[in-house]
Write a protein that binds this ligand. Structure first.
Ligand code: NAD
Length: 438
């Protein structure tokens, strides 16, 4: 394994790209706050500082660049890694956190509100470190390492993918026989999606809806498209706040699961002229499908005056923005992060955060306690990639599940941090389970 530092040393890296170094103090405060609320990562920071598993390793990190991600990058650095950091969405990047990280000696390439061209340039610049390990969210870094930035993948041992959309993207590349290094499906670990996608997205999406609109969810009708891990969390948090929830699903089993969980299930748009559909009933609409064109002019045409649209999926093509704009006679910024579209008949349809990932672009993302376990899985998966290569058994170039030992280890660390004790099987119970003659 080549861990020469020359391509990524600070001197040979281009200047960090950040807008306002004067913001660093606020960034440090935010990072310290999340550190206090991320006990699992703190215990990894302590072990990594001692054991230095990433000594000689260059890591590129592209996750929504706010305080919790910053702390993950610092934990990797504490383990000896040389780290370059960029964002995974220009609207979720927090400039104060960027400034703080830069002050702490990491290479940082991001600013809030970057144009699509600037955003891509930031990602490509972060890859000039020629990473051994990539922490990715949505598959962009891995994509660049296979396409325009291929030369920087010469030492890449593997990637660790944070979200459903990125796992699917890497799996498609693998099925096409084009994945050139292993990618660990961090999203699919139990200690990730059971908590992050479900409770984290549910909690922070409600936060984003309320703080952006200052409207009440109690008694309102909230339509959620997609009843996967994110959709389940959004539905249960909305119901907990007293909203009436309608679920829209394409998967028959999940549609039935939503019914059994107590929600109404309806098609999002009318199946026939004038037919009943969720679009006519909703006050709030949240997409969480990972698929494009979920809300299109066809659905918008049925909506009530004042309807609020938001997307919690990773990519922002779940709502057809061009179609919405084409229907509008007038477009106004009605509140911060909220755009009103006035249709020809006078109805206003409101869109949060330009259809970008709502809980991060219009709120603070998942709570620190949630990201604690997600990022612990990330850090341990990165360590798994490195140790496998160092041990002479590099992982194959496939999408690889997180080993169960990592999932269980993270759960154990969190239980210990919370002082929660639990039962274990007795020897007799284990023997009973192992006995096929019983
Ligand atoms: N906002 C966040 O913080 C956050 C967190 C985790 C994941 N994500 C992203 O959210 C999206 C969903 O993630 P997930 O983990 O819930 O995925 P999932 O695969 O568990 O669920 C997606 C669901 O959407 C359904 N679906 C697909 N097309 C649909 C359509 N046209 N109409 C209705 N339902 C449809 C699928 O059948 C599936 O049940 C992905 O893009 C993922 O990357 C966002």
């Amino acid at each position: 394994m080549n861990t020469e530092r020359s391509p990524g040393t600070r001197r040979s890296m281009p200047d960090d790209i950040l807008r306002n170094p004067a913001l660093a103090a606020e960034g440090h405060r935010k990072i310290e706050w999340v550190r206090r609320n991320m006990p699992v990562l703190r215990s990894l920071e302590e072990r990594f500082s001692r054991e230095q598993p990433f000594a000689g390793i260059r890591a590129a990190v592209s996750v929504h660049l706010e305080a919790k991600t910053a702390y993950l990058a610092l934990v990797m650095a504490a383990g000896g890694a040389q780290v370059s950091v960029t964002g995974s969405n220009p609207l979720s990047t927090k400039d104060d956190v960027v400034a703080a990280l830069q002050e702490l000696g990491l290479h940082v390439y991001a600013w809030h509100g970057a144009t699509p061209q600037e955003f891509e340039e930031h990602q490509l610049t972060a890859l000039r470190i020629a990473p051994h390990v990539v922490i990715d969210d949505g598959g962009d870094l891995v994509h660049h390492l296979h396409e325009g930035a291929r030369e920087f993948s010469r030492d890449t041992l593997g990637g660790c993918e944070e979200t459903t959309a990125g796992v699917l993207r890497n799996r498609a590349r693998s099925v096409a026989g084009k994945l050139r290094f292993p990618v660990i499906a961090v999203n699919n670990a139990q200690m990730k999606h059971l908590f992050d996608n479900r409770y984290g997205t549910g909690h922070s999406t409600m936060d984003a809806l309320m703080r952006t609109t200052n409207r009440v969810l109690t008694g309102a009708t909230l339509v959620v498209a997609g009843y996967g891990w994110c959709g389940r969390g959004i539905a249960s948090c909305a119901a907990g706040l007293g909203a009436r929830v309608i679920v829209c699903e394409v998967d028959e089993v999940k549609a039935l699961e939503a019914v059994m969980d107590g929600y109404r299930v309806m098609p999002l748009g009318p199946l026939e002229e004038g037919g009943a559909c969720a679009a006519r009933e909703g006050d709030f609409f949240v997409t969480a499908t990972g698929v494009c064109d979920v809300i299109t002019p066809r659905e918008v045409a049925c909506m009530k005056d004042g309807a609020v649209l938001a997307n919690a999926g990773h990519f922002y093509d779940e709502i057809d923005l061009e179609g919405l704009a084409a229907m509008a006679g007038e477009v106004q910024e009605v509140r911060e992060n909220l755009t009103g579209y006035r249709l020809e008949d006078g109805r206003w349809i409101n869109l949060i955060a330009q259809g970008k990932i709502v809980n991060i672009a219009a709120a603070d993302g998942h709570p620190a306690e949630i990201m604690d376990t997600s990022f612990a899985v990330q850090a341990l998966s990165a360590e798994y990639v490195v140790l496998s290569a160092r041990g002479g058994t590099p992982l194959p170039p496939e999408v690889i599940p997180v080993p169960a030992a990592i999932d269980q280890g993270v759960a154990r660390l969190l239980l210990a941090a919370r002082g929660i004790r639990h039962d274990t099987l007795t020897a007799a119970q284990q023997a009973y389970l192992d006995d096929f003659n019983k």
